[in-house]
Write a protein that binds this ligand. Structure first.
Ligand SMILES: [Zn+2]
Length: 534
C-alpha cells in the first residue's frame, strides 16, 4: 500500500513542477483609532512576499480578539487569523521585591497599531477586520459587522509603495544585527530587541545593555531548551535624547519610540508608541523576522509592560516582567494569580487555567496518579503538577497546574505544563506558512499535498491543519490521510459546496498527507498547511 502512495507521488511530480511554487502572503500594518462611531482601522503599510503567516494563537478571553479575514470576490472567507483586540489592554504591575502582583486592571487604549500576515493568493479580493465571532448562537447567526475592508487594488498599490520606502530607509536610521541565527525566519520564532532612549553617542552602552538582557532571556531554561527554534536580532536606532519620560519627576525625553513611565497613570507601567516601534523595526527586518518585539528603555527604574510589543527597563528585575509578559503574548499563557475581576462564565481557552479540577483537566496527562486533586497548596513540592485552586483573577472556581509559576509570581520557573504549551507554540512556527499551489484539470482529478518527495508529512503529536482555496465556480474537497502501519486511512474530510475547505485534526505523531480532489470543475488550487514538528 505504501508503494502505491509513492507511485501516485511520482505521477504528481511529473505532472506539475510549476505547481509547487510558493503562494504569496501579505503583511499588513494597521493603525486603530477610537472614534465617535467605534474603532476605525487604517492600513499604513503592506508588504507582499513568501514569508510565513501569523500563527493563529488561541484567543485570550472571549470577545478579546479581532478577526482578520481574506475574502474572494464572492465574499467567501479564504483565510482567517485571530489577533488580539489591542484596545482592551490588561495591564499588570508587579512588586519588585516579592514578585507578586500589586495591581491588575483593564485599560482602554485609544489608538495603536498591530501587524498581521496572511495568504494573499490570486483569489483574495479583499482583507477585512471583523469583530470576534460570538459564541452566542443567536448573535452568531446574524451577518458579521464589517469593521474595516481593504480592497486588493489598494493593498497592492500600498505594497508597491512600501517596497520603495523600505529601500530608502535602509540608507540611514535603524540597523539590525543578528545575535542568534538558527535557521530561516519563516520556520523560527524571531525575537527582536530594540533600544529606546539611547543617543548616537550611547550605541556602545546599548550593545552592552542588549547583550545583558538577551543573555538573561537565553539563561532561562525554557529559552535555553528552545534555542534551536529561535532567531534573535538587535535593532539599533539613535534617539535624539537619552533616557525615558518620567512625568512624576518632570523628566521628558525626545526618544525614537516615545518610552514613558506612568503610562495610564500607573507608576511602574512603561509604554512606547507601538506605531513608531513597528515602523522602526519594519524598516530593517522583514515581517518574518519580527515575531516577538521587546523594547528596552535606557533607564534603571523598575518597570515594563506586555501587549503586542513588550517593554522593559535595565532594572535588574525587569527581565522577569518581560518573561511573564511574553508568556501571555507569544505563548498564550494565562495569569495564574487570583487578584482581580473574576469570571467563571466559560472554560478559558488558555492551556494553563481551567474550571475543571479533576484528572480530566486539559493538563491531566501530566498529573501523577499519586498527586491528589484538587491539590492543596503546600501539600506537594512546588512544581508538582496537580490542580490548585485560584487562577486568572479568581480566588476560587478556577484552577492552575502548579502551586507557583512565573505566570503567578515573578522569579519562579514556568514548570512542566507551561513548558509543554510553549513547546507546542515553537512547533507551530517550525511548520507555519507551508503552502502548495497547482491545477486540477477536471472533475474527479486529485492532487496530493505535499507533492514533493517523500509525499507525506512526518508529524509530532498535535494539530494538523490545512486550508484549501480554489478557482471560483469550482467545488474542490480536502481530505487528510494517515498511515496506520498497513494502509493510508482517511481521518478527516472537508466537503463543502465551494472550494473553500478547512481541516483541523488533532492527531498523534505519524505520517499524513492531504488529498485535494475536484468534485466539480477545473482550475487552480492552493493549500496552506501546518503540522507539529516530530
Ligand atoms: Zn500577566
Amino acid at each position: 500500500m505504501k508503494l502505491h502512495r509513492f507511485w501516485v507521488v511520482a505521477l504528481v511530480a511529473l505532472a506539475g513542477q510549476a505547481g509547487l511554487a510558493q503562494a504569496e502572503n501579505i503583511s499588513l500594518r494597521v493603525n486603530f483609532n477610537d472614534g465617535r462611531n467605534g474603532v476605525t482601522f487604517t492600513p499604513i503599510r503592506a508588504e507582499t512576499g513568501e514569508f510565513g503567516v501569523t500563527p493563529n494563537l488561541p484567543a485570550h478571553a472571549q470577545g478579546q480578539h479581532w478577526r482578520v479575514v481574506a475574502k474572494n470576490a464572492q465574499g467567501v472567507i479564504l483565510h482567517e487569523v485571530a489577533v488580539e483586540n489591542q484596545q482592551q489592554r490588561h495591564v499588570e504591575v508587579f512588586n519588585p521585591k516579592s514578585g507578586k502582583i500589586d495591581l491588575a486592571q483593564s485599560v482602554k487604549q485609544a489608538d495603536g497599531a498591530f501587524e498581521v500576515s496572511l495568504p494573499f493568493d490570486k483569489a483574495v479580493a479583499s482583507v477585512e477586520v471583523l469583530p470576534a465571532a460570538s459564541t452566542n448562537a443567536r448573535i452568531a447567526s446574524a451577518a458579521p459587522v464589517v469593521t474595516a475592508k481593504f480592497d486588493r487594488a489598494s493593498l497592492e498599490k500600498m505594497a508597491a509603495a512600501s517596497k520603495m520606502v523600505r529601500t530608502q530607509a535602509l540608507a540611514g536610521g535603524a540597523t539590525a544585527t543578528t545575535i542568534i541565527e538558527s535557521g530561516p525566519a519563516k520556520t523560527k520564532m524571531d525575537y527582536v530587541f530594540v533600544g529606546d532612549g539611547y543617543t548616537a553617542a550611547e550605541m556602545g552602552k546599548w550593545a552592552t545593555d542588549a547583550k545583558k538582557v538577551i543573555d538573561g532571556f537565553m539563561a532561562d531554561p525554557l529559552f535555553a531548551a528552545n534555542r534551536a527554534n529561535m532567531n534573535v536580532r538587535r535593532v539599533d536606532i539613535a534617539s535624539n535624547q537619552s533616557g525615558v519620560d518620567e512625568p512624576d519627576r518632570g523628566i521628558y525625553r525626545d526618544t525614537a519610540m516615545d518610552g514613558a513611565f506612568y503610562c495610564y497613570n500607573i507608576e511602574r507601567l512603561l509604554c512606547v508608541n507601538t506605531t513608531k516601534v513597528l515602523n522602526v523595526v519594519g524598516s530593517v527586518l522583514a515581517p518574518d523576522q519580527r515575531d516577538v518585539i521587546v523594547v528596552i528603555s535606557n533607564s534603571t527604574r523598575y518597570g515594563g509592560s506586555g501587549g503586542s510589543v513588550a517593554t522593559l527597563s535595565m532594572h535588574a528585575s525587569s527581565v522577569e516582567v518581560a518573561l511573564h509578559e511574553i508568556g501571555h503574548t507569544a505563548f498564550a499563557l494565562a495569569d495564574e494569580y487570583d487578584y482581580g475581576t473574576c469570571s467563571l462564565a466559560s472554560e478559558p481557552t488558555e492551556g494553563d487555567v481551567s474550571l475543571n479540577w479533576n484528572r480530566s483537566v486539559k493538563w491531566g496527562s501530566q498529573i501523577a496518579a499519586s498527586t491528589p486533586v484538587p491539590t492543596a497548596a503546600g501539600s506537594v513540592p512546588n512544581g508538582t503538577v496537580g490542580t490548585f485552586q485560584g487562577a486568572q483573577y479568581c480566588a476560587s472556581g478556577k484552577y492552575r497546574p502548579t502551586e507557583n509559576s512565573r505566570m503567578r509570581t515573578l522569579g519562579y520557573p514556568w514548570h512542566a505544563v507551561n513548558e509543554r504549551l510553549v513547546k507546542s507554540v515553537f512547533a507551530k512556527y517550525a511548520s507555519s506558512g507551508l503552502s502548495q499551489s497547482g491545477t486540477l484539470s477536471g472533475t474527479g482529478v486529485s492532487a496530493y499535498v505535499p507533492g514533493a518527495t517523500p509525499g507525506y508529512l512526518t508529524t509530532g503529536n498535535g494539530t494538523i491543519s490545512g486550508q484549501l482555496s480554489g478557482a471560483s465556480g469550482t467545488d474542490f474537497e480536502l481530505f487528510l490521510f494517515k498511515w496506520t502501519g498497513s494502509a493510508w486511512t482517511k481521518v478527516a474530510s472537508s466537503t463543502g459546496p465551494t472550494s473553500s475547505e478547512s481541516i483541523s485534526y488533532a492527531g498523534t505523531a505519524g505520517y499524513y498527507y492531504f488529498e485535494v480532489k475536484s468534485y466539480a470543475g477545473s482550475g487552480n488550487y492552493n493549500v496552506q498547511y501546518a503540522f507539529p514538528a516530530p
